[in-house]
Unconditional design. Structure first.
Length: 186
């Protein structure tokens, strides 16, 4: 088998492996973004509930701060205020409906990122499939060529099988000459 088809086969195998690794990395990223999207959905549900209760005049609740401790929440006006991370560590005070708008916008942005990742993953899966098919086709061709190059030994009935030696020879001990002369055994 020549080295060129083997090299091409190895190159295709490396491409498929790298593509699979990239696909796994994209899937991990997608899962991370989906977790953030779910967090935004929960936040939007809580804010929607607070806005509805504020409109009914019954806005109150408790905010857990950890270790089983919660702080009472009561709106100071018809709609309460919240602190929102605006990005890059900058926080701003927004009404609940303002915070809901920010949350919905972020959620849309995150969902577009998920769609982009899924599109990239689909392209990568197609590329992997094409390279895998090319790899399999080339491997089959190389195997077929190898079978065609090595003819099967024909067993003839006229020639008896050659007897195998029963005792194996051990290599002859090396012989040294005087001085620093080298022999063919050296």
């Amino acid at each position: 088998m020549s080295t060129e088809p083997r090299a091409e086969l190895q190159r295709l195998a490396r491409i498929v492996e790298r593509s699979r690794q990239r696909l796994e990395e994209l899937d991990r990223r997608k899962q991370g973004v989906l977790e953030v999207v779910e967090d935004h959905r929960r936040t939007a549900a809580v804010l929607t509930s607070l806005i509805e209760s504020a409109e009914a005049g019954t806005a109150s609740g408790h905010v857990g701060i950890g270790a089983g401790v919660s702080l009472p929440l009561a709106a100071s006006d018809a709609e309460g205020r919240s602190i929102v991370d605006l990005g890059s560590g900058v926080y701003g005070e927004r009404t609940w409906s303002g915070a809901l708008e920010v949350t919905h916008q972020r959620q849309k942005d995150l969902e577009s990122i998920v769609e982009e990742l899924e599109a990239r993953m689909s392209e990568l899966e197609e590329e992997i499939a094409q390279n895998a098919v090319a790899f399999n086709t080339m491997a089959e061709q190389i195997e077929a060529d190898a079978k065609a190059e090595t003819p099967a030994p024909a067993a003839s009935e006229d020639t008896p099988p050659s007897p195998e030696p029963t005792a194996s020879r051990s290599p002859a001990p090396r012989r040294r000459r005087f001085g620093s002369e080298l022999t063919l055994d050296d």
